[in-house]
Design a protein around this ligand. Structure first.
Ligand SMILES: [Zn+2]
Length: 91
């Protein structure tokens, strides 16, 4: 597959009621930058809309290497702003 740069990670919002506390973490009043790349040399940081529309999950899928990630959100201040995941492109 040769399609590359920033559009290579598909971002999908999955609205879902979560069994998690709705109190935003006061440590992150401006959102969180998740790093779930586990120190991978090649990784991609993908911005997600902030704040999320409500309770649910961000699903990230690399169209090329198949990496997938799920991160929860609550429509609150501590929602993710970006998610960094291992990816062979490393852009
Ligand atoms: Zn990838």
């Amino acid at each position: 597959m040769t399609d590359l740069p920033n559009g290579h990670v598909r971002v999908t919002w999955i609205a879902r009621t979560l069994n998690e506390p709705n109190e935003p973490d006061p440590k992150y009043p401006d959102g969180r930058h998740f790093d779930i790349a586990r120190g991978a040399v090649n990784a991609c940081a993908v911005a997600v809309p902030y704040p999320a529309a409500g309770e649910g999950l961000w699903l990230l899928e690399c169209r090329d290497c198949g990496t997938k990630a799920l991160v929860t959100a609550n429509g609150a201040a501590d929602d993710p702003r970006s998610i960094k995941l291992a990816c062979k492109w490393g852009v």
